[in-house]
Design a protein around this ligand. Structure first.
Ligand code: PMP
Length: 364
């Protein structure tokens, strides 16, 4: 057989679940609640559809490889200069680009655990060593373990804030401690895929701390979640490090941000009110669903994302399979130590009710 790179042998493909058609074909399934991918069920702002339709006349042309207009719009939003912004084919792409630009075999990469699997996988593919900082037994981020780990040189600290799948977050003081403790040779990368759901009274974006920070920082964001553009694949990174910016630009494919995606993201940014209104509804629903899960006797972690992480008290894959029979798709967690935990996205109120009813039926 063909010999692949040995780093690939222990890895599994991400997101290899059933297709929507396969779930719909199950006996008894009449409607699907797709609650496994943290999408925004309200969709993108109305102006996005018109902008994408207008751009359909340019399908034969390559996109702008520099993403000039979108980088400028993002820079204005983030109070940085456009040359600090890099676009990606979703933020997943930027995670991959980052790993290829930065990591060498044996490099130390620190991450919060349970983690977004791609944070680990791309690092492992480059031969890096991933050091996981697990939650405390009380289910909180172990800040003292994190600070102790980052005080020693590593190539990369990579974590999501709010955290996927746990939903937990570093509060402003914790983020400041982390940025202080960061070793100057280490890149700190904060993946803020769920930032739009955060509560400004209890959370601060690393972007707001970038101006005064003299160590390498990269903040990743996406249009897939609150902005409702998951199908188009567009995300971005903002960095204070010119060498990193150069490296990401070299490694990314020249047209990694496609034209429809650039156009749609620009149109979405023109209507932040639609996004914010949907996010507020989802946050209110998240708190309702969390309470219902707790009332059912389940352990649920506090969440600042558009999803909840709960201990099902049974193998998560078994519960997820039982929920499929009710048309409900969730994400059973598979990382060691969390095999009984499930991540459920917050959907429309009717979808959340469908989930809660299916859960009650599945648990008997
Ligand atoms: N980072 C985190 C923390 C995520 O949860 C996700 C999506 N599940 C991504 C990045 C990737 O998002 P996308 O590629 O759609 O931008």
């Amino acid at each position: 057989p063909l010999a692949l790179r040995p780093e690939l042998s222990a890895l599994a493909p991400y997101n290899s679940g059933l297709t929507l058609a396969e779930v719909a074909a199950r006996p008894g399934v009449t409607r699907i609640a797709k609650l496994g991918s943290n999408e925004n069920p309200y969709g993108a702002a109305p102006g996005v559809t018109a902008a994408v339709a207008a751009a359909a006349s340019q399908l034969h042309l390559y996109p702008d490889p520099s993403g000039h207009d979108l980088c400028a719009a993002v820079a204005a939003l983030a109070s940085v200069t456009p040359d600090q912004v890099v676009l990606g084919d979703g933020s997943e792409d930027l995670l991959n680009v980052l790993a290829r630009a930065l990591l060498r075999p044996g490099d130390r990469v620190i991450t919060l655990y349970p983690s977004f699997p791609l944070h680990e996988d791309y690092a492992l593919m480059m031969g890096a060593e991933v050091e996981r900082i697990d939650l405390t037994p009380e289910g909180e981020i172990d800040l003292s373990a994190l600070l102790a780990a980052v005080a020693r040189p590593a190539r990369l600290i990579l974590l999501s804030n709010p955290m996927n799948p746990a939903g937990l977050w570093l509060d402003p003081a914790a983020l400041d401690h982390l940025m202080e403790a960061q070793h100057p040779e280490t890149l700190l990368c904060i993946d803020e895929a769920y930032v739009e759901y955060s509560d400004p009274a209890r959370y601060v974006s690393a972007l707001e701390r970038m101006a005064g920070h003299d160590k390498p920082l990269l903040v990743l964001r996406t249009f897939s979640k609150a902005w409702g553009l998951a199908a188009l694949r567009i995300g971005y990174g903002v960095t204070n490090d010119t060498e990193l910016r150069r490296g990401l630009d070299l490694v990314r494919t020249p047209f990694n941000a496609n034209h429809l995606a650039q156009v749609a993201a620009l149109a979405a940014l023109e209507d932040p009110g639609t996004m914010a209104a949907a996010a507020a509804r989802i946050v209110a629903e998240r708190d309702r669903v969390a309470e219902a899960l707790r009332d059912a006797g389940l352990r649920v972690l506090p969440s600042m994302g558009n999803f909840l992480f709960f201990d099902a008290g049974q193998p998560s894959v078994d519960l997820a399979e039982a929920l499929l029979d009710h048309g409900v798709i969730v994400k059973p967690w598979k990382q060691p130590g969390y095999e009984s935990w499930v991540r459920v996205s917050i959907g429309l109120p009717a979808e959340n009710d469908q989930f809660l009813q299916a859960l009650a039926a599945a648990r008997g």
